[in-house]
Each structure stands twice: as C-alpha cells, then as structure tokens.
Design a protein around this ligand. Structure first.
Ligand code: ZN
Ligand code: ZN
Length: 344
C-alpha cells in the first residue's frame, strides 16, 4: 500500500490522504517512483469542484510529475530501472483516430489524463504507459522537472498555437501559473511590449511577471486595461492570451486585440457567459483555443528547463512532503504562492 492524495467525490473539498494499492503494471507500462509532483491549478479546481472536465472519482490527483523508473514492463523498450523521467499526461488515447495517427494524440476524443480520468501521481508510485515518458538529464532536479507539464501547456499555447514575432505586442490576461509561464514563453519568443494583467489580489504574481520579462503589468482594480494597452499599442495587441481560467475575459481579449490580431484562450471554466462576438468578425481576429501538448513540445520544454531559461524557480513558492498537500493546495488557492511542489 501507499499514501495518495485522493479526490473521492464530486463536491467541494472531497479530497483526503488515503492508503491505496501500489499499481500493478502491464507489459507496456512503467512504474516510476515519484520524485516530485507539482500542484496544478486544475488539481485545485477539482478539490473545490469547480473544474470543467469529467472526473472519475475516486481518483489519485496529480499529473505534473518526475521520478525514477522503479519497474518496467516486459515489452518496454528505451526505459529501464533507474532512468530519470518525466511523463506526459495523456494516460489513455485510442491510438487509432486521425489525431492519434498524426501525433496530435492530446486531442484524441478518447483521451483520459492522469489525475482525473486515471490515477495520478500524488503518491509514491504511479502506473504510466511507456509511450508517455521522456528521459531527463541528470542536471535537471525532479523539483523542476515536474514543471515540464505546465511549461508544455504554455509552450503549446504561445509558440505552437499562436504566432509571436520579435517586437510583437502581447497581452496575457491572468497571472496564475499558466499565465506567467505563457508570459515567459512570449518573452523568449521576442514579445515586446509584454503586458500582464491581473487584479489587486495578484500583486505578488504581477511582481513575478516583471521578473519573467513583462515590460508592463496592469492591476485592473486600479487601471482601465484598455487605456493602458492602447497607450502602449494604439491599434491594440498583436496577440492576447487569455489564461485567466474564466470565461468572461474573452470579451476583454477581443476588445484588446488589434485588427487582424490573435486571441488565444488557454484558461477555461464551467461558467457560461454572453460575449459580444462582433469584434471577432469586424477586426478579422483569429480566435484559437489551446489544449494540452504533445511529444515535440515536451522535448523542447525539457531542454528549456534544463537550460534554466524559463526561470522556473521564480514560480515555485512552497515545497513540502505529500502529507502537506492541504497547505500546498490552500496556498495556491489563496494566491500566497504561484506553484506548490509535493515530494512523496
Ligand atoms: Zn497541469
Ligand atoms: Zn485517438
């Protein structure tokens, strides 16, 4: 048996530390010993029952993890005991559909991810299909390697699903972990000006945004975001990334984008809102959703993490043992830290 952080019902705060069985692996699976697992905004959403996706309860939370291979199935090639690895999140895909066959298995209609559809990694051991794994360099510690997943979300949103050229004006709405990593990816892609937008409760996160390359930050409780953006880029922004984790700001994104600009939505919520879509047509805006990530994105972000250029230490505010999971979740929920990391 092992201790695990389990969501056991679809109601707020139905999460607890429970004893669960150590998973049995099949021929094509690997059993990593979890070295570190970071808490995702989505784990916090699930804990408060404010998520937008189907959750199979009871389920072990956690999909952002790195560890050491403890056991490998008989048919596994390329990974063996002792290898240091990170795992992608698409724990189950069909392998047959157009998207799977073209390497875009993150969009497979049958995809199930760790931590909501399949038991995740907030435990000592997690069962992983070998196709999900990537080797990581010895120079990359687990506490940073586990951040590969949110890095991959941000890289896919900003560097694959959006187009940024050096000197483009980019606005990021929502300075949560994903928003800040999106801002960092935009900075690395050459965005300038780079404007990160939050509320007064985000003061520390906005400060972090500056360290990650934001040229301007806007606190919407004190300033009109549209005035600020138009003061910097009179036509509007080349790209607005909505990482707010709410539905409403789509309106703001459409208002802030310049004619022929882009809006990329990466944060989501179950809220239904009425949005004025006219600017989408009138300004010829390209509206793009961004979900998850795939193999080439992971290989890139592992390299970037190892090089340290994404400044990952700036977003980790709390590192604790698995038993400290509640404080780790609360600290993120209350905005005291940007990201928490658990060491099972
Ligand atoms: Zn995540
Ligand atoms: Zn498929």
């Amino acid at each position: 048996m092992q201790s695990a952080v389990v969501q056991y019902a679809l109601e707020p705060l139905a999460v607890e530390l429970r004893d669960v069985a150590i998973p049995e692996i099949g021929d094509r699976d690997v059993l990593p010993r979890v070295g570190a697992v970071s808490v995702c905004g989505s784990d916090v959403h699930q804990a408060y029952n404010t998520h937008s996706w189907t959750v199979n309860v009871p389920v072990v939370l956690g999909h952002e993890f790195a560890g050491t291979v403890a056991k490998a199935g008989r048919a596994v090639k390329g990974f063996r005991e002792g290898d240091r690895v990170v795992s992608e999140t698409a724990a189950e895909v069909c392998g047959e559909c157009l998207l799977c066959r073209t390497g875009r298995y993150n969009l497979c209609p049958h995809r199930k991810g760790f931590g909501y559809g399949i038991d995740g990694a907030m435990a000592s051991y997690v069962k992983v299909p070998a196709r999900c794994l990537h080797q990581i360099p010895d120079t990359l510690p687990f506490e940073l390697a586990c951040l590969a997943e949110p890095h991959a979300v941000a890289y896919n949103a900003m560097c694959v699903n959006s187009q940024i050229r050096p000197g483009d004006s980019v606005v990021v709405l929502g300075p949560g972990p994903i928003g800040l990593l999106c801002a960092r990816m935009a900075a690395l892609a050459g965005a300038d000006p780079l404007i990160v937008v939050g509320r007064s409760t985000d003061a520390r996160r906005l400060e972090t945004a500056r360290h990650l390359g934001a040229t301007h930050v806007v606190d919407v409780s004190r300033e009109q975001v549209e005035d600020v953006v138009r003061g910097i880029s009179p036509l509007g922004a080349d790209l607005v990334c909505d990482a707010s984790g709410a539905s409403r700001p789509l309106d703001v994104g459409l208002a802030l984008a310049r004619p022929d600009g882009q809006v990329t939505k990466v944060g989501w919520s179950p809220d239904l809102v009425a949005v004025n879509m006219n600017p989408l047509v009138q300004k010829n805006i390209r509206l793009q959703g961004s979900f998850s990530h795939n193999y080439p994105v992971w290989e890139r972000v592992i390299h970037l993490l190892d090089r340290g250029v994404t400044l990952p230490k700036k977003i980790v505010g709390l590192t604790t043992a698995l038993e400290g999971w509640r404080e780790a979740f609360d600290a993120m929920h209350e905005g005291r830290v940007i990201k928490s990391v658990l060491i099972p």
